[in-house]
Design a protein around this ligand. Structure first.
Ligand code: HGY
Ligand code: MN
Ligand code: MN
Length: 415
């Protein structure tokens, strides 16, 4: 059976599955709080596993908890085509970040079953553990171990704000698999994801053909000053780590603005000690997130941020240490797969444009070990990492139809 232009996924079934998954680890404002390795994450994994079993797939899990659901091909020895993303969310996350990529891939398999389509290559639907890096830094941790970027020991030792380790929590929720992480070989990896930015919607495009991904540094800065009374300590005697954090946060913004276009910077996580209303903070630990699609600019910004941090610390008499806790260079996705995605969008009649991913994704790491590409759909107002994240059912269906057609082409339809 040839890949027929009129083949479509079941848009209602996809939308219903997205809605059902969103009920697991619900947020307080309509989004999701299904943080990695929590009981909610485990419940979402069990639901996903049940759906995969119902679709006739066999499940494998590796020692990082990465889940791999396989639909057999006619040639079991052929390298599989992987499709997937992540089910974990930010603490105030949306319903679609990552989830669309996992459940869209599941819908592709469900539709192939309905249409009686066979492929030469096996197809594997994947849920990567801890893409967000919100609870355990860095982001894309498990796909990073899979791609040989991090060791498993490093990953198992990462700790959350309560001091719990990744390894302990993965074991606690019962999702340590028996496959050696990274032992799987891929023919290709396709990731469907919402854009998480405003470009596609503003340009009136339904599909983003992702040619590149911007690079990132996460720099964890620790400033040490002196706890003291906020009332009785003269201003000239203060060694205020909180003031240092504020000044460095402002400098990060100025550095990103100085490198426009194609540069971003912010501080998202701040831990203040002792975090008491009437104590001058003696210690602050915060993470700088800077990004650019241009390697030179990214490296320049890192140097400028580090110099600014040490200068501010010196001005205020603070101790200062800086530890990189996340990094990947700008990514160029596989040009042949990019052409496959663009061709599928074209055949399906969807308005599309080439785009650079502003966010990091597991695809950025699988791209190191196998030909990889991403497909994006718009999100309302470009909003993401916010419970109000929203997409339309039509956008979800369009992205998943492109995923279906790209997958069928790469996995080689037979019969
Ligand atoms: O940080 C990112 O870009 C991704 O959402 N983990
Ligand atoms: Mn994501
Ligand atoms: Mn995210």
């Amino acid at each position: 059976m040839a890949v027929l232009a009129n083949q479509r996924i079941n848009a209602q079934r996809l939308w219903d599955s997205l809605g059902e998954m969103a009920m697991i680890g619900p947020g307080v404002a309509g989004g999701c709080n299904r943080q990695t390795l929590t009981d909610a994450d485990s419940a979402g994994r069990h639901l996903f596993a049940r759906w995969c079993a119902e679709a006739g797939m066999s499940m494998g899990v590796d020692t990082m908890g990465n889940m791999f659901a396989t639909r057999a091909g006619t040639h079991p020895d052929a390298l599989p085509v992987y499709m997937g993303s992540h089910l974990d969310t930010q603490p105030t996350g949306g319903r679609y970040d990552g989830v669309l990529g996992v459940l869209g891939a599941l819908e592709v398999v469900r539709s192939m079953n309905d249409l009686g389509i066979k492929t030469r290559r096996p197809i594997v639907v994947t849920n990567w553990t801890n893409e967000e890096g919100a609870r355990f830094a860095p982001a894309m941790l498990a796909s990073g171990v899979f791609a040989g970027i991090h060791t498993q020991d490093y990953a198992y030792g990462r700790r959350d704000l309560d001091g719990k380790s990744f390894g302990e929590e993965l074991a606690r929720i019962g999702w340590v698999g028996d496959e050696a992480v990274g032992s799987r070989k891929m023919h290709a990896m396709l990731e469907l994801h919402i854009e998480q930015g405003p470009i596609l919607e503003a340009e009136g495009k339904t599909i983003g053909v992702v040619t590149h991904g911007q690079g990132l540094w996460w720099l964890e800065i620790t400033l040490t000053g002196k706890d003291a009374h906020t009332g009785s300590t003269p201003m000239t005697m203060r060694v205020n780590a909180g003031l240092g954090m504020a000044r460095i946060t402002e400098r990060v913004h100025q550095i990103a603005m100085a490198h426009q276009p194609n540069a971003v910077g912010a501080v998202g996580q701040v831990k203040v000690y002792p975090n008491s209303r009437n104590v001058i903070p003696g210690k602050v630990v915060f993470t700088v997130d800077i990004r650019s699609p241009e390697q030179g600019k990214l490296d320049l910004m890192r140097g400028e941020v580090e110099r600014a941090a040490y200068a501010v610390a010196a001005e205020l008499g603070l101790g200062c240490s800086i530890e990189p806790v996340g990094h990947f260079d700008p990514v160029t996705f596989d040009p042949d797969l990019v052409n496959v995605v663009r061709g599928a969008a074209e055949r399906l009649g969807h308005a599309h444009m080439d785009i650079i991913s502003g966010a990091g994704h597991d695809a950025c790491w699988t791209n190191r070990v196998a030909p990889t590409v991403m497909i994006m759909c718009p999100c309302v107002g470009g909003l993401s990492h916010n419970e109000a994240e929203e997409i339309s059912p039509e956008w979800a269906a369009a992205g998943t139809d492109v995923l279906l057609h790209a997958c069928l082409e790469v996995a080689e339809v037979v019969g």
